[in-house]
Design a protein around this ligand. Structure first.
Ligand SMILES: NC(=O)c1ccc[n+]([C@@H]2O[C@H](COP(=O)([O-])OP(=O)(O)OC[C@H]3O[C@@H](n4cnc5c(N)ncnc54)[C@H](O)[C@@H]3O)[C@@H](O)[C@H]2O)c1
Length: 275
């Protein structure tokens, strides 16, 4: 028996990357999944592979009516909603602080924060009526540590983590668990752009070297975390921001400190006199 047997999930941004991998894993564990994305071609392609266990709906997460429609589609087709995975995202506004326009600010916050809020808002009433449910949102290690990503991406991902905790406190007594996942560098189009296989390999080699675990993340790494948080394996876990980053957020490994250069050359390790 699958770990999500009989459960119904909505995944946003499921046409690519982590969302697509999660849709496939959830269905392999017995769930029915409403694949949603603003990219119809990619979303349809993922849903088609899921057969009778998948369905596709065009959803732009920055539009509340789209999210509301997704929840009613899942419940009208399949009668319930057990997992809401607020995962859609993009890089958002880039550049120095003085260069970011109000429009760029708005679209970044609309997708990365408001989209997550709408998912929580519209999943909650259905889950309350069922007295069960798991809401999962994709934040980022950028929400824990500044300097990883552009300003607004960093700020909205931090907000997603805090919103997760706040809503978890409200919904816990009603059987609804609310958690976030904080991925590190994961090989998806968001991180490496539309690359061919050769350039994807170069991306993996280059960034993999900087991860304590020696490789970049793959979409399946995040799908496995989402499965854990969606399933009954995590019934005592709510309000968390689960870091899935190959150890990068733990800090800089001490044995690589000497790679830091100073004016006098590499930093020397301190040794007591005579040793
Ligand atoms: N890849 C990484 O290194 C990384 C690291 C940390 C966090 N994340 C987060 O992971 C999540 C998934 O990203 P991914 O890496 O799988 O990227 P991806 O580009 O492979 O997939 C993102 C999907 O979201 C969709 N999308 C974008 N804006 C949307 C909108 N307004 N409405 C609906 N769908 C929309 C895109 O069409 C795409 O299919 C994002 O929230 C991202 O911020 C990614």
């Amino acid at each position: 028996m699958g770990r999500l047997e009989g459960k119904v999930a909505i995944i946003t941004g499921a046409g690519s990357g982590m969302g697509a991998a999660t849709a496939q894993l959830f269905v392999s564990e017995g769930a029915r999944v409403l694949v949603t994305d603003m990219n119809d071609e990619k979303g349809h392609a993922v849903a088609d592979e899921l057969g009778d266990f998948g369905d596709f709906l065009h959803v732009d997460v920055s539009r509340e009516t789209d999210i509301a429609e997704a929840v009613s589609r899942a419940t009208s087709h399949w009668g319930r909603l057990d997992v809401m995975f607020n995962n859609a995202g993009f890089g958002g506004a880039r550049g120095p602080v003085e260069s970011i326009s109000e429009d760029d600010f708005d679209i970044t916050v609309d997708v990365l924060l408001k989209g997550v809020f709408f998912g929580m808002k519209h999943a909650a009433p259905v889950m309350k009526a069922q007295e069960s449910g798991a809401i999962i949102s994709t934040a980022s290690v950028a929400g824990l540590q500044a300097g990883e990503s552009p300003h607004l991406y960093t700020a909205t991902k931090a907000a997603v983590i805090h919103l997760t905790k706040s809503v978890a406190l409200e919904l816990g007594q009603q059987g609804i668990r609310v958690n976030a996942i904080c991925p590190g560098v994961v090989a998806t189009p968001l991180a490496h752009g539309p690359l061919n296989e050769d350039r994807r390999k170069k991306f993996r080699d280059r960034f993999g070297r900087y991860q304590p675990i020696g490789r970049v993340g793959e979409p399946d790494d995040i799908a496995n975390a989402a499965l854990f948080l969606a399933s009954d394996d995590s019934t005592f876990i709510t309000g968390t921001a689960m870091v899935v980053d190959g150890g990068a957020n733990a800090g800089r490994p001490w044995h690589r400190q000497s790679e830091l250069m100073t004016d006098q050359g590499p930093i020397k390790l301190y040794r007591p006199e005579g040793r």
